[in-house]
Write a protein that binds this ligand. Structure first.
Ligand code: ADP
Ligand code: MG
Length: 258
């Protein structure tokens, strides 16, 4: 294959999804200053699935907020998809966030008295898509998480696992390249948690970059890489050698009666 200088001049298309360079984060609270991140340098390549572990207060959520462009580093740089986002103002940061990142939380955060389909369609309201296109996107996203038949159900009519799948569909409806999940299985029983891991592995296998905070080693083992936060540093960062494949785990999962 011959080289293409025009393309090469722009660098590789997907060098790394996220790169932190000496990132510190301070929270000022009156007289006191909390040093939540203490010099994190860390790269996540496009297509990775990284689990972030660590004790409460170790800086996991702060790290996720910065990775998700919800907050900026106090010092240091954050490069996302080749773009230095650490110096962007709030408005520009929000734009990057809306285009590139989806979020999933422990508590699902669905809007009550609003159907699954309407919940999923919500982020498309801020896009330039027409009404038909928005409806089609939302329908497709729900189908992709296996909930096409629940489109008109309300959150209160769905199980926790179904609600989390709606939340994942909502996070992905605008086609982000990165999904950030802060304890997505924290409110779910173990079999349902594995079903959520099956959904995440499905999208990761299709190229979605995923960063997931979890307290549970069993859940972290569905990722391809595990990083451990401690006192605002990343203390351990290893590839998972024997990754659990959710689809296989579910096939042999004991039923509730056992
Ligand atoms: P984790 O998610 O691992 O539990 P956090 O990132 O939430 O850790 O917190 C790291 C440290 O920063 C803790 O000491 C916490 O109390 C502090 N912290 C987090 N958010 C804030 C905030 N908004 N204001 C002040 N301190 C904060
Ligand atoms: Mg946290």
């Amino acid at each position: 294959m011959t080289a293409q200088p025009e393309v090469a001049a722009l660098g590789p298309t997907r060098p790394h999804a996220m790169r932190l360079d000496g990132v510190h984060k301070y929270y000022e609270m009156g007289e006191t200053r909390v040093h939540a991140l203490r010099g994190i340098s860390f790269e996540i390549a496009a297509g990775e699935f990284v689990a972030i572990m660590g004790a409460s207060g170790s800086g996991k959520s702060t790290l996720m907020h910065i990775l998700g462009c919800l907050d900026r580093p106090s010092t240091g740089r954050y490069i996302m998809d080749g773009l230095d986002v650490s110096s962007l103002d709030k408005r520009a940061l929000a734009e990057v966030r809306n285009q590139k990142i989806g979020f999933v939380f422990q508590g699902f955060n669905l809007i009550p008295r609003t159907t699954a389909l309407e919940n999923v369609a919500l982020p498309t309201l801020y896009s330039r898509m027409g009404k038909a296109e928005r409806a089609r996107r939302a329908t497709d996203a729900l189908a992709a998480v296996g909930l096409a038949d629940r489109a008109h159900h309300y959150p209160s009519q769905m199980s926790g696992g179904q609600q989390q799948r709606v939340a994942i569909a909502r996070a992905l409806v605008n086609g982000p390249s990165i999904l950030l999940a802060d304890e997505p299985t924290g409110n779910l029983d173990s079999r349902t948690a594995v079903q959520i891991m099956e959904v995440l592995q499905h999208f990761n296998d299709r190229g979605l970059t995923i960063v997931m905070v979890t307290h549970e080693p069993d859940i972290a083992n569905f990722a391809r890489r595990i990083a451990v936060c401690r006192d605002g540093h990343i203390r351990k960062d290893d590839l998972v050698t024997l990754r659990t494949v959710a689809h296989d785990a579910l096939a042999t999962w004991p039923s509730i009666e056992d």
